[in-house]
Design a protein around this ligand. Structure first.
Ligand SMILES: [Zn+2]
Length: 341
């Protein structure tokens, strides 16, 4: 039963690392939150003791201000947000860094929570009507924002995540650096965007009749952090209640659901309604919709893109965390290293 839950989270986080041993399966569903909480508490007690002097020093050297993000840095992904939205980022707080340091990297739910914590505390969105929730950030941008926060947190370039790989053009070894600007995204075809993206209502208008099917038009939406979280909770509650989950349907849900309501029961009603729509699709419509979703997805593919210093080609490599995902926000303190772990 835990499988569905794993897959949803894995889709969220698992794709970011290609070292399966560091993104292993959730070990148990029961008592997960309690266990995580215990671990965090233990670790906090320990880090409080060990890092108190470092933390004070860090707090002073890190600037506390919000830094506006130049939306052009997001490239095409910027068009999936209203034009009046302003994104700001601030360096991670010592508290967030501590939480990050206590990640059990094998616990996908915990990794998911800590990643969200960084976005929640360090990214803010303002529109002309006021503050916008961080949960409105599109799922594929979450890691990009985390890397932005990381960059501002360690503004002197300390704590770089680097790894070596062979250039797939010339075979020479080159050093990849994990940075927001080196994340490699796959985009929908220009034609698909032009024909189907509604830049006023922020949804995809799909008309099956344009593709030779009799079905009525369908609206699809971009997956967001908020929707993902609500859906993870919903899947969890279904599992707890021993209900069967249609895994194929789950794949479509983040696109079919317009926005996640705060209330799980309201969400449950909406999901049931969408399921009824989903069940009306015959094989042809299903195959068509499957193709649609594949084509409108912006994957934060687990790839980095960089220019090879030897042959000048643009080459890609899979994202790797040589010392685990922890290293993103945890620096070795001023003390000499205690052991090899
Ligand atoms: Zn090369």
């Amino acid at each position: 039963m835990a499988k569905d839950y794993d897959e949803i989270i894995e889709r969220e986080i698992g794709a970011l690392g290609n070292e399966p041993e560091q993104f292993g399966k959730l070990r148990s569903m029961e008592g997960l939150d309690e266990k995580t909480r215990e671990e965090v508490n233990d670790f906090r007690a320990l880090t409080d003791k060990m890092r108190s002097t470092d933390a004070v020093a860090e707090e002073r050297t890190i600037s506390n201000g919000w830094i506006p993000i130049d939306r052009s840095e997001m490239g095409i992904r910027s068009m999936f947000y209203p034009s009046d939205w302003e994104f700001r980022v601030k360096p991670a707080t010592v508290m967030a860094i501590r939480n990050w340091a206590s990640i059990d990297e094998e616990n996908l739910a915990a990794v998911n929570n800590v990643m969200n914590e960084i976005v929640k505390t360090c990214v803010s969105i303002h529109s002309e009507y006021g503050k916008v929730s961080w949960e409105k950030i599109n799922s594929w941008d979450r890691f990009w924002f985390i890397l932005k926060v990381q960059q501002y947190t360690f503004s002197r370039g300390e704590n770089k995540i680097e790894f070596e790989d062979e250039c797939n053009e010339c075979g020479e070894t080159l050093m990849y650096t994990l940075k927001p600007e080196t994340l490699f995204y796959e985009f929908p075809d220009d034609q698909v965007v032009e024909n189907c993206w509604d830049s006023e209502k922020f949804c995809w208008n799909i008309n099956p009749q344009d593709y030779g099917l009799p079905n009525k038009p369908v609206k699809l939406y971009t997956p967001t952090i908020g929707k993902d979280n609500m859906l993870i909770q919903w899947v969890y509650s279904q599992n707890q209640a021993g209900k069967n989950i249609d895994e194929t349907f789950i794949k479509f849900l983040p696109y079919m659901l317009e926005r996640a309501p705060k209330d799980v029961q309201v969400l449950d009603r909406q999901v049931k309604e969408l399921k009824r729509t989903f069940d009306t699709w015959d094989t042809d419509m299903f195959l068509f919709m499957d193709e649609v979703v594949r084509n409108i997805t912006i994957n934060p593919s687990e790839k980095l893109r960089q220019k090879c210093e030897h042959c000048e080609s643009e080459v890609t490599s899979n994202v790797r965390f040589p010392n685990g995902i922890k290293r993103l926000f945890v620096v070795q303190g001023k003390h000499s290293k205690f052991g090899s772990r």
